[in-house]
Design a protein around this ligand. Structure first.
Ligand SMILES: NC(=O)c1ccc[n+]([C@@H]2O[C@H](COP(=O)([O-])OP(=O)(O)OC[C@H]3O[C@@H](n4cnc5c(N)ncnc54)[C@H](OP(=O)(O)O)[C@@H]3O)[C@@H](O)[C@H]2O)c1
Length: 231
Protein backbone atom coordinates (compact mmCIF):
# COMPACT_ATOMS: atom_id res chain seq x y z
CA UNK A 1 0.00 0.00 0.00
CA UNK A 2 1.55 3.28 -1.13
CA UNK A 3 0.71 6.19 1.16
CA UNK A 4 1.06 9.49 -0.69
CA UNK A 5 0.84 12.90 0.91
CA UNK A 6 0.09 15.83 -1.44
CA UNK A 7 0.22 19.49 -0.44
CA UNK A 8 -2.21 21.97 -1.99
CA UNK A 9 -4.50 19.19 -3.14
CA UNK A 10 -7.93 20.74 -2.61
CA UNK A 11 -8.09 21.77 -6.28
CA UNK A 12 -6.38 21.86 -9.67
CA UNK A 13 -3.19 19.83 -10.24
CA UNK A 14 -2.96 18.59 -6.65
CA UNK A 15 -6.59 17.44 -6.68
CA UNK A 16 -6.19 15.68 -10.05
CA UNK A 17 -3.00 14.00 -8.82
CA UNK A 18 -4.94 12.75 -5.79
CA UNK A 19 -7.78 11.50 -7.99
CA UNK A 20 -5.45 9.62 -10.33
CA UNK A 21 -3.32 8.06 -7.60
CA UNK A 22 -6.40 6.88 -5.70
CA UNK A 23 -7.65 5.26 -8.90
CA UNK A 24 -4.28 3.49 -9.09
CA UNK A 25 -4.64 2.13 -5.56
CA UNK A 26 -2.67 4.66 -3.50
CA UNK A 27 -3.82 5.78 -0.09
CA UNK A 28 -3.86 9.55 -0.52
CA UNK A 29 -3.52 12.05 2.27
CA UNK A 30 -4.98 15.22 0.79
CA UNK A 31 -3.22 18.27 2.19
CA UNK A 32 -4.98 21.63 2.13
CA UNK A 33 -4.77 24.75 4.24
CA UNK A 34 -8.52 25.40 4.33
CA UNK A 35 -10.39 22.82 6.41
CA UNK A 36 -13.74 23.15 4.68
CA UNK A 37 -12.41 22.98 1.12
CA UNK A 38 -9.91 20.29 2.01
CA UNK A 39 -12.53 18.10 3.66
CA UNK A 40 -14.91 18.53 0.74
CA UNK A 41 -12.20 17.57 -1.76
CA UNK A 42 -11.08 14.57 0.29
CA UNK A 43 -14.64 13.35 0.74
CA UNK A 44 -15.28 13.64 -2.99
CA UNK A 45 -12.22 11.55 -3.82
CA UNK A 46 -12.09 9.06 -0.96
CA UNK A 47 -8.89 10.55 0.45
CA UNK A 48 -8.05 11.50 4.03
CA UNK A 49 -7.86 15.24 4.64
CA UNK A 50 -4.81 16.59 6.44
CA UNK A 51 -4.78 20.29 7.21
CA UNK A 52 -1.50 21.96 6.26
CA UNK A 53 -0.42 25.49 5.51
CA UNK A 54 3.03 24.91 4.07
CA UNK A 55 4.23 28.35 5.11
CA UNK A 56 3.47 27.80 8.81
CA UNK A 57 5.84 25.79 11.05
CA UNK A 58 3.10 24.94 13.57
CA UNK A 59 0.68 23.82 10.87
CA UNK A 60 3.32 21.60 9.27
CA UNK A 61 4.22 20.10 12.67
CA UNK A 62 0.53 19.41 13.34
CA UNK A 63 0.21 17.73 9.93
CA UNK A 64 3.19 15.47 10.71
CA UNK A 65 1.66 14.56 14.08
CA UNK A 66 -1.67 13.82 12.41
CA UNK A 67 -0.07 11.55 9.79
CA UNK A 68 2.12 9.84 12.36
CA UNK A 69 -0.91 9.06 14.52
CA UNK A 70 -3.19 7.89 11.70
CA UNK A 71 -0.90 6.43 9.06
CA UNK A 72 2.51 5.89 10.69
CA UNK A 73 4.54 6.66 7.57
CA UNK A 74 4.39 8.09 4.10
CA UNK A 75 5.92 6.52 1.01
CA UNK A 76 5.69 9.56 -1.22
CA UNK A 77 5.64 13.28 -0.46
CA UNK A 78 4.41 15.49 -3.28
CA UNK A 79 5.35 19.14 -2.69
CA UNK A 80 2.72 20.64 -4.97
CA UNK A 81 1.44 23.80 -3.24
CA UNK A 82 2.59 26.91 -5.05
CA UNK A 83 1.72 30.49 -5.95
CA UNK A 84 2.44 32.59 -9.05
CA UNK A 85 2.96 35.81 -7.13
CA UNK A 86 1.47 39.20 -7.90
CA UNK A 87 0.63 40.03 -11.50
CA UNK A 88 2.27 43.47 -11.54
CA UNK A 89 4.87 45.06 -13.85
CA UNK A 90 8.45 44.18 -12.90
CA UNK A 91 9.05 47.83 -11.92
CA UNK A 92 6.53 47.43 -9.09
CA UNK A 93 7.80 44.20 -7.56
CA UNK A 94 8.80 44.48 -3.92
CA UNK A 95 10.98 42.49 -1.59
CA UNK A 96 7.80 41.55 0.25
CA UNK A 97 6.45 40.08 -2.99
CA UNK A 98 9.65 38.11 -3.40
CA UNK A 99 9.45 36.86 0.19
CA UNK A 100 5.87 35.71 -0.33
CA UNK A 101 6.66 33.78 -3.52
CA UNK A 102 9.87 32.22 -2.21
CA UNK A 103 8.28 31.45 1.17
CA UNK A 104 5.53 29.40 -0.44
CA UNK A 105 7.31 27.89 -3.44
CA UNK A 106 10.81 27.30 -2.08
CA UNK A 107 11.21 27.64 1.69
CA UNK A 108 8.07 25.58 2.29
CA UNK A 109 9.58 22.66 0.40
CA UNK A 110 12.46 22.71 2.89
CA UNK A 111 10.04 23.09 5.82
CA UNK A 112 7.72 20.27 4.72
CA UNK A 113 10.45 17.90 3.54
CA UNK A 114 12.46 18.24 6.74
CA UNK A 115 9.36 17.76 8.86
CA UNK A 116 8.23 14.64 7.00
CA UNK A 117 11.66 12.98 6.72
CA UNK A 118 11.16 10.73 9.77
CA UNK A 119 7.85 9.45 8.37
CA UNK A 120 9.34 9.05 4.88
CA UNK A 121 12.22 7.04 6.33
CA UNK A 122 9.73 4.50 7.69
CA UNK A 123 8.85 3.61 4.09
CA UNK A 124 10.63 0.89 2.14
CA UNK A 125 11.11 3.06 -0.96
CA UNK A 126 10.60 6.69 0.08
CA UNK A 127 10.20 9.34 -2.60
CA UNK A 128 9.83 13.11 -2.73
CA UNK A 129 8.33 14.76 -5.79
CA UNK A 130 8.69 18.51 -6.12
CA UNK A 131 6.31 20.23 -8.50
CA UNK A 132 8.62 22.62 -10.28
CA UNK A 133 8.02 24.27 -13.66
CA UNK A 134 9.53 24.72 -17.08
CA UNK A 135 9.28 28.40 -16.12
CA UNK A 136 12.24 27.70 -13.86
CA UNK A 137 14.34 26.32 -16.71
CA UNK A 138 17.07 28.49 -18.27
CA UNK A 139 16.77 26.44 -21.45
CA UNK A 140 13.00 26.69 -21.88
CA UNK A 141 12.68 30.36 -20.86
CA UNK A 142 15.24 31.23 -23.57
CA UNK A 143 13.76 29.09 -26.32
CA UNK A 144 11.55 31.29 -28.53
CA UNK A 145 9.57 28.25 -29.61
CA UNK A 146 8.50 27.53 -26.05
CA UNK A 147 5.59 29.15 -24.23
CA UNK A 148 7.86 29.47 -21.18
CA UNK A 149 9.84 32.19 -23.01
CA UNK A 150 6.76 34.34 -23.62
CA UNK A 151 5.85 35.47 -20.08
CA UNK A 152 8.44 37.31 -18.00
CA UNK A 153 7.69 36.48 -14.35
CA UNK A 154 10.88 37.28 -12.40
CA UNK A 155 9.82 35.99 -9.00
CA UNK A 156 7.96 32.86 -10.03
CA UNK A 157 10.62 31.72 -12.50
CA UNK A 158 13.42 32.33 -10.00
CA UNK A 159 11.50 30.41 -7.34
CA UNK A 160 10.99 27.42 -9.62
CA UNK A 161 14.65 27.45 -10.70
CA UNK A 162 15.38 27.18 -6.98
CA UNK A 163 12.91 24.30 -6.65
CA UNK A 164 14.67 22.36 -9.39
CA UNK A 165 18.08 22.99 -7.82
CA UNK A 166 16.73 22.05 -4.39
CA UNK A 167 15.55 18.81 -5.95
CA UNK A 168 18.87 17.85 -7.48
CA UNK A 169 20.79 18.86 -4.36
CA UNK A 170 18.43 16.94 -2.05
CA UNK A 171 18.84 13.97 -4.38
CA UNK A 172 22.60 14.10 -3.82
CA UNK A 173 22.29 14.68 -0.08
CA UNK A 174 19.47 12.26 0.82
CA UNK A 175 20.86 9.13 -0.75
CA UNK A 176 18.21 6.89 0.85
CA UNK A 177 15.32 8.84 -0.72
CA UNK A 178 14.39 9.34 -4.36
CA UNK A 179 13.95 13.07 -4.99
CA UNK A 180 12.69 14.19 -8.38
CA UNK A 181 10.99 17.20 -9.92
CA UNK A 182 8.04 17.41 -12.28
CA UNK A 183 7.14 20.11 -14.78
CA UNK A 184 3.36 19.94 -15.30
CA UNK A 185 3.45 22.12 -18.44
CA UNK A 186 1.08 25.02 -19.14
CA UNK A 187 -2.18 23.73 -17.67
CA UNK A 188 -5.59 25.34 -17.32
CA UNK A 189 -6.10 25.98 -13.60
CA UNK A 190 -6.92 28.88 -11.28
CA UNK A 191 -3.16 29.49 -11.23
CA UNK A 192 -3.26 31.10 -14.69
CA UNK A 193 -6.93 32.07 -14.97
CA UNK A 194 -7.45 28.84 -16.94
CA UNK A 195 -5.37 30.13 -19.86
CA UNK A 196 -3.21 26.99 -19.81
CA UNK A 197 -3.44 24.83 -22.90
CA UNK A 198 -3.34 21.41 -21.22
CA UNK A 199 -5.99 19.61 -19.22
CA UNK A 200 -5.27 18.84 -15.58
CA UNK A 201 -4.93 15.19 -16.54
CA UNK A 202 -2.18 16.06 -19.02
CA UNK A 203 -0.69 18.41 -16.44
CA UNK A 204 -0.39 15.63 -13.86
CA UNK A 205 1.18 13.01 -16.17
CA UNK A 206 4.75 13.75 -15.02
CA UNK A 207 3.78 13.78 -11.34
CA UNK A 208 1.88 10.50 -11.65
CA UNK A 209 4.80 8.96 -13.55
CA UNK A 210 7.20 9.85 -10.74
CA UNK A 211 4.72 8.65 -8.10
CA UNK A 212 4.20 5.26 -9.72
CA UNK A 213 7.51 4.37 -11.40
CA UNK A 214 9.78 1.58 -10.24
CA UNK A 215 11.85 2.59 -7.18
CA UNK A 216 15.06 1.94 -9.12
CA UNK A 217 14.21 4.48 -11.83
CA UNK A 218 16.47 7.15 -10.40
CA UNK A 219 16.82 10.30 -8.40
CA UNK A 220 17.67 13.93 -9.14
CA UNK A 221 15.67 14.03 -12.36
CA UNK A 222 13.45 16.77 -13.80
CA UNK A 223 10.78 15.48 -16.16
CA UNK A 224 7.68 16.64 -17.97
CA UNK A 225 5.03 14.44 -19.56
CA UNK A 226 7.27 13.82 -22.57
CA UNK A 227 10.50 12.98 -20.71
CA UNK A 228 13.57 14.73 -19.25
CA UNK A 229 13.50 18.54 -19.14
CA UNK A 230 16.66 20.51 -19.86
CA UNK A 231 17.01 22.70 -16.79
N1 LIG B 1 -0.93 25.39 -13.84
C1 LIG B 1 0.21 25.42 -14.51
O1 LIG B 1 0.26 25.77 -15.72
C2 LIG B 1 1.49 25.04 -13.82
C3 LIG B 1 2.63 24.85 -14.64
C4 LIG B 1 3.83 24.50 -14.04
C5 LIG B 1 3.89 24.34 -12.67
N2 LIG B 1 2.77 24.52 -11.90
C6 LIG B 1 2.89 24.29 -10.47
O2 LIG B 1 1.97 23.29 -10.09
C7 LIG B 1 1.59 23.48 -8.72
C8 LIG B 1 0.07 23.50 -8.63
O3 LIG B 1 -0.39 24.52 -9.49
P1 LIG B 1 -1.94 24.67 -9.86
O4 LIG B 1 -1.97 25.08 -11.30
O5 LIG B 1 -2.70 23.50 -9.41
O6 LIG B 1 -2.24 25.97 -8.97
P2 LIG B 1 -3.61 26.46 -8.25
O7 LIG B 1 -4.78 26.12 -9.07
O8 LIG B 1 -3.39 27.89 -7.91
O9 LIG B 1 -3.62 25.59 -6.90
C9 LIG B 1 -2.58 25.80 -5.98
C10 LIG B 1 -2.80 24.95 -4.75
O10 LIG B 1 -1.77 25.28 -3.80
C11 LIG B 1 -2.39 25.60 -2.58
N3 LIG B 1 -1.58 26.51 -1.76
C12 LIG B 1 -1.09 27.74 -2.05
N4 LIG B 1 -0.46 28.26 -0.98
C13 LIG B 1 -0.54 27.34 0.01
C14 LIG B 1 -0.11 27.28 1.35
N5 LIG B 1 0.56 28.30 1.91
N6 LIG B 1 -0.35 26.16 2.08
C15 LIG B 1 -1.02 25.13 1.53
N7 LIG B 1 -1.51 25.13 0.27
C16 LIG B 1 -1.26 26.22 -0.47
C17 LIG B 1 -3.72 26.22 -2.96
O11 LIG B 1 -4.59 26.24 -1.85
P3 LIG B 1 -5.83 27.31 -1.76
O12 LIG B 1 -6.92 26.75 -2.62
O13 LIG B 1 -6.14 27.33 -0.31
O14 LIG B 1 -5.30 28.63 -2.27
C18 LIG B 1 -4.14 25.24 -4.06
O15 LIG B 1 -4.63 24.06 -3.48
C19 LIG B 1 2.26 24.79 -8.28
O16 LIG B 1 3.45 24.50 -7.58
C20 LIG B 1 2.58 25.47 -9.60
O17 LIG B 1 3.69 26.36 -9.49
C21 LIG B 1 1.59 24.87 -12.45
Amino acid sequence: MNITFITGANKSLGFETARRLISLGHTVLLGARDRERGLAAATELGARFVQIDVTDDASVAAAVADVEAHDGRIDTLINNAGVPGPAVPAEQLTAADASYVFETNVFSIVRVTTAFLPLLRKAQHPAVINVSSGMGSQALTHDPDRVESQFPMPLYTASKAAVTMLTTQYAKALTDIRVNAADPGFTATDFNGHRGTQTVTEGTDAIVTLATEHPDTGTGRFIDRFGPVNW
